[in-house]
Design a protein around this ligand. Structure first.
Ligand SMILES: [Zn+2]
Length: 327
């Protein structure tokens, strides 16, 4: 192993290890002359020892220092070594299978991004460029072998907004602003047959939503300021935005609507007293409830079926079972 002292800048002496893995620092002509003798000798990162977490930490720390900004060539070399070290450790841990995939992924993504950043800077010598490309391929290939994180396999939640289903404007004077945070969710069915189970089009469902909204806003027994539910799901699994979440809903009843307080209303389009919702609708329900619970920090025990407030048959036995199992 060949060891050479390399002047980086401002009188800082740094030791580089020139082995098969590590490449020399910049050529002497590219290195600024040392500062006068007032400069304090700083040993810089110790690169003479074997690869270790300590060494990588030391490099990481040094890369945060102003000194590293004044030594661009040496900085490039240390960045390379840091990312190579991360990949080496990740490979070792992956073989031993003693580190969770999530931890490996964090390290490998850091290394991958580091290699990419180095390559994008066009500041590498040919040997360094080759090392960065090899490192990048190794990081990518190891990342591809890891189990995908839950966030990567989780389908995206798509909410169709009010304008897409032709919602009428709300009547704010007949609405109650949300007071406090959302703390519970209640599941309903719409109990009408016009849209469910037919694999209807977006326009079919939009039409049904407009009818429900019209009924909620204009029926003399209701006269609400908007559609009562915050979200509606059709048989195709489409999720629609109903009443905006800045307003309390109108769906769970109770004296003076007391059960609506801080209660998100979710309605599946269809009548599910004698048959279950479609798998697509159930999948969207799962997604939506998980998202709402996460966003608003709502416990599983605070997800209800409408019947639990009023004793009605809503939302039918299948969804009532789902709610119970969800807890
Ligand atoms: Zn209901």
């Amino acid at each position: 192993m060949q060891v050479r002292r390399c002047r980086a800048s401002r009188g800082v002496s740094l030791v580089l290890v020139l082995s098969g893995l590590f490449v020399a620092c910049s050529s002497p002509s590219a290195i600024p002359a040392p500062a006068p003798s007032v400069a304090v000798e700083d040993p810089g990162p110790d690169l003479t020892g074997p690869l270790s977490w300590q060494k990588l930490e030391h490099i990481e720390e040094w890369l945060q220092t102003p000194e590293s900004q004044r030594s661009p060539d040496f900085r490039v070399e240390l960045e390379l070594q840091l990312h190579e070290g991360r990949v080496t450790f990740a490979q070792r841990d992956a073989e031993r299978a003693n580190v969770p995939d999530d931890s490996l992924r964090v390290r490998l993504e850091a290394a991958r991004d580091g290699f990419r950043s180095l390559l994008a800077r066009n500041a590498l010598m040919p040997g360094q460029s080759a090392r960065a490309q090899i490192g990048l391929r190794a990081a990518d290939s190891l990342l591809a072998s890891l189990v995908k994180p839950a966030s990567a396999v989780k389908p995206a939640l798509v909410i169709i907004d009010r304008s897409r289903w032709g919602a009428a404007p709300p009547a704010p004077t007949r609405l109650t602003p949300l007071k406090g945070a959302w703390s519970r969710i209640t599941i309903h069915h719409s109990a009408e047959e016009s849209s469910d189970g037919k694999g209807g089009s977006l326009e079919d469902s939009a039409h049904t939503l407009r009818l429900i909204q019209k009924f909620h806003m204009e029926d003399p027994g209701h006269r609400w300021g908007d559609i009562g539910y915050h979200f509606l799901i059709d048989s195709g699994g489409r999720i629609f935005e109903g009443r905006e979440l800045r307003w309390q809903g109108a769906h769970a009843g109770g004296k003076d609507g007391m059960y609506n307080a801080q209660n998100v209303g979710v309605c599946l389009l269809g009548d599910f007293r004698v048959r279950p919702p479609t798998p697509a609708a159930m999948k969207s329900l799962e997604l939506l409830i998980a998202d709402l619970r996460e966003k608003h920090k709502i416990a599983a025990s605070r997800v209800y079926a409408h019947t639990e407030f009023t004793g009605s048959v809503c939302p039918g036995p299948f969804l009532i079972d789902w709610v119970k199992k969800h807890r």
